[in-house]
Ligand binder design. Structure first.
Ligand code: FPP
Ligand code: MG
Length: 326
């Protein structure tokens, strides 16, 4: 985590401490290997944004019960589950500045540990006895798988449209963030309108989050990212910075690049050149503006709630999404 992010997140340190305390509890298993992978993948790193959004949304809606931090871990476990699987799908070697689970333990163990985290999430969630909450979680899970399989299907697809890209990131990322925010309201038992507003808040913030994530892959350095820059491009993942850059090129230039990168001929220098092209043709500024618009839209979704410290914190987190460099 870079120093700026750490400094920003420090204002939530008491929440993070309680989230981390709860996270270590359900990692127990009859098989010590699963516990080892769990500690490695879940504890001690990650920004814990999803559980924090859940906690703040619950507080915003007046949730009073003690189990709020325990329930918040549901979102970190689903997230951890999806990352364990994602790194297998992406053949990723690094996650959060250290070797990925698949690299350390191999693909089969990474897939099974992802399943383990997923079940941990649901074993905590069922304790709530709240069917609406459980429905929101399963629905988010479906969206994630649907987003991810579409991304897989469009790997190396240089004709990927902006609309399809938006559909993919909405499913794979924004829906879980949206579910975290909506669930805080659902468990508080507030009226549907408030649930809906928080759902929309999370959805728009989540879209902005992934827009910036994909942007950082082109603009940040390896140290900031915790993985090599330009990874998406090397994995054949077509994201908005490239889509916009390609749309600024003449057809022949576009075709030439596509032929080169779809062949085995593209070397390190070619990747560097393409990354520089993406950095210097206006695509980055355009996406920053779009992410900012989603963040503004998210902020407006909270208008129905009166001023409070949890609302202020949600708005701060929302702004941080577009300001972060990590
Ligand atoms: C990271 O994206 C991956 C996701 C946000 C979602 C992954 C979803 C699945 C693997 C579907 C399975 C879902 C569940 C609930 C088990 P990225 O590859 O763009 O980001 P990265 O650079 O951090 O890898
Ligand atoms: Mg990935």
């Amino acid at each position: 985590m870079n120093p700026e992010t750490r400094e920003f997140l420090e204002r939530f340190s008491s929440d993070f401490q309680r989230i981390d305390q709860e996270l270590s509890r359900p990692l127990s298993s009859r098989v010590s290997l699963l516990e080892d992978i769990g500690h490695y993948a879940v504890l001690g790193q990650g920004k814990r944004l999803r559980p924090l959004l859940f906690v703040l949304s619950s507080q915003l809606c007046g949730y009073q019960r003690e189990d709020i931090y325990r329930l918040s871990t549901v979102f970190e476990y689903i997230h951890a589950s999806s990352l364990a699987h994602d790194d297998v799908l992406d053949h990723a070697e690094t996650r959060r500045s250290k070797p990925s689970v698949n690299r350390v333990w191999g693909n089969p163990a990474a897939v099974l540990s992802g399943d383990f985290f997923f079940l941990k999430a649901f074993s905590i969630a069922v304790d709530s006895n709240n069917v609406k909450f459980l429905n929101t979680l399963t629905e988010a899970g479906f969206w994630m798988v649907e987003g991810q399989i579409q991304e897989l299907f469009h790997t190396h697809d240089w004709g990927l449209t902006e609309d399809k890209y938006m559909e993919i990131i909405t499913g794979k990322t924004a829906m879980l963030i949206s579910a975290a925010c909506a669930s805080g309201a659902i468990l508080s038992g507030v009226e549907d309108k408030a649930v809906d507003c928080l759902r929309q808040f999370g959805l728009n913030a989540g879209i902005a989050f992934q827009l910036i994530d994909d942007l950082l892959d082109y603009t940040a350095c390896e140290e900031e990212l915790g993985k090599p820059e330009g990874t998406d491009l090397r994995e054949g993942k077509i994201t908005l910075p490239l889509i916009y850059t390609l749309s600024n090129l003449k057809k022949a230039e576009r075709r030439q690049l596509e032929d080169l990168f779809k062949s085995d001929r593209a070397g390190d220098e070619d990747y560097k050149q393409l990354i520089n092209l993406v950095r210097n043709n206006g695509a980055i500024e355009r996406i920053k503006d779009e992410a900012k618009a989603y963040v503004d839209k998210a902020a407006r979704c909270l208008d129905i709630f009166p001023t409070s410290s949890s609302k202020e914190k949600l708005l701060e987190l929302n702004r941080y999404i577009v300001e972060r460099r990590h």
